[in-house]
Design a binder for this molecule. Structure first.
Ligand code: ZN
Length: 318
């Protein structure tokens, strides 16, 4: 069955990416078109279809060769109904019938999935999780995305909001405000944005102790400064590892996965950061699972979403 081909579509606020992916999870083509959500959802749906056609063209295949399509979009969504509801990254789109549109346009079995879940499935299928039967994934970027895969099943939940690991509460008293409108979420402490914000606050509270420039600073700068011996930056990195470990521990105590995986730009911080997270997981988790759970970085990079979306299409015809 190795000749079966799938199309994965990963819809983001900035770009719509598409790829033809083979039965082993290898992309045969990659295309990217601007999303321009402000042009409205009709235009957005047209761009999605255009991206699918472009990926098929770039791979040198025909639509007839495609067994199924998978579409991943940012939430909020109703997975059962195939609808994007009201996603903050795609304003002003509302109640967009994505799955119906793609399946009507191409007459192919079409899967619809949350983008973080799709990325997790990609890592599980052919990435860091390929030798494990269960996995939780944290994607560290502007926010913190999450996905839970158990025995080849994505945990979507009863209301399409399973695996929202970025919004696990890690601080109950005076929690930091989160982009979701609540307080104390993991995302408010451990996203790349939160790392920069926490560093700014530390610099303001302790002026002159760090070489970091509060006005021009990315999370990478903070990690680089920590590696170069900056004590304030090292403290931020240490606490970030601790927060992620608390989030991971909550996931471990909930589903006890074989693998906890971290993806996104901050994973460029290297093995020391991962080891630190692993150490803190030990500190705050039951010993039996803590000693056995694998803790790794993701390996697919920005391909995880398109590969995972294609993999979701593949699950429909497996
Ligand atoms: Zn939140």
């Amino acid at each position: 069955m190795q000749d079966r081909l799938f199309v994965g579509l990963d819809v983001g606020g900035t770009t719509i990416k598409a790829a033809v992916v083979d039965d082993l999870g290898q992309p045969l083509s990659r295309v990217s078109l601007p999303t321009l959500p402000e042009r409205g959802q009709e235009a957005g749906l047209n761009t999605m279809a255009e991206a699918v056609r472009a990926a098929i063209g770039a791979a040198g295949i025909k639509l007839d060769d495609v067994a199924a399509i998978g579409v991943a979009t940012p939430g909020s969504m109703d997975l059962a109904a195939g609808l994007i509801l009201d996603p903050p990254n795609l304003k002003p789109w509302r109640n967009v019938p994505v799955r119906q549109y793609i399946s009507d346009t191409f007459r192919k079995p079409t899967a619809f999935q949350n983008d973080a879940n799709a990325a997790a499935y990609g890592e599980f299928w052919v990435g860091a999780g390929k030798f494990y039967r269960s996995m939780v994934l944290f994607t560290l970027g502007t926010g913190v995305g999450g996905g839970i895969i158990l025995e080849d099943r994505i945990i979507e939940g009863a209301h399409s909001h399973g695996g929202e690991l970025g919004h696990i509460k890690i601080e109950i008293t005076n929690g930091r405000p989160c982009g979701c409108g609540h307080r104390g979420c993991l995302e408010a402490y451990a996203s790349a944005t939160a790392v920069v914000q926490r560093t700014r606050e530390a610099l303001a509270a302790r002026p002159g102790v760090s070489t970091l420039d509060a006005d021009r600073m990315t999370s990478k700068d903070v990690f680089d400064a920590a590696a170069a011996g900056d004590a304030l930056a090292a403290e931020i990195v240490d606490r970030t590892a601790f927060y992620l470990a608390v989030g991971a521990s909550n996931a471990i105590h909930t589903v006890d996965p074989e693998l906890v995986c971290f993806a996104g730009g901050m994973t460029a911080a290297g093995p020391e950061f991962l080891n630190l997270i692993g150490k803190y997981i030990h500190d705050v988790t039951f010993a039996w699972p803590a000693e056995r759970v694998a803790v790794r970085y993701a390996v697919l990079g920005s391909d995880a979403g398109i590969i995972g979306a294609a993999g979701c299409g593949r699950l429909l015809v497996s």
